[in-house]
Design a protein around this ligand. Structure first.
Ligand SMILES: [Zn+2]
Ligand SMILES: [Zn+2]
Length: 80
């Protein structure tokens, strides 16, 4: 799982397929209209998609380290 480094909000995909899996009260991350920047749904912290993907990769490595396999495959799917 990817967390916002600023507010700690877990980042969920908000596409039609995934929106039902989002826990109540959690806002999914948002793409800007260029498709290059991603914002935290809660605090609006914005970085390039590439930066988030690096963060996700790092958090995945952490998860592997602690034996918790948790990733969001849709994060990649939405990367345009
Ligand atoms: Zn999705
Ligand atoms: Zn945030």
């Amino acid at each position: 799982m990817l967390y916002c480094p600023k507010c700690g909000n877990p980042q969920y995909c908000g596409c039609d397929e995934c929106k039902d899996k989002i826990p109540k009260g959690i806002k999914p991350y948002k793409w800007d209209n260029t498709g290059e920047m991603l914002s935290c749904g809660k605090c609006g912290f914005t970085k390039q998609a590439e930066w988030w993907i690096t963060l996700l990769a790092e958090s995945y490595l952490c998860a592997v380290k602690y034996n918790e396999e948790e990733t969001d495959p849709h994060f990649d799917n939405q990367y345009r």
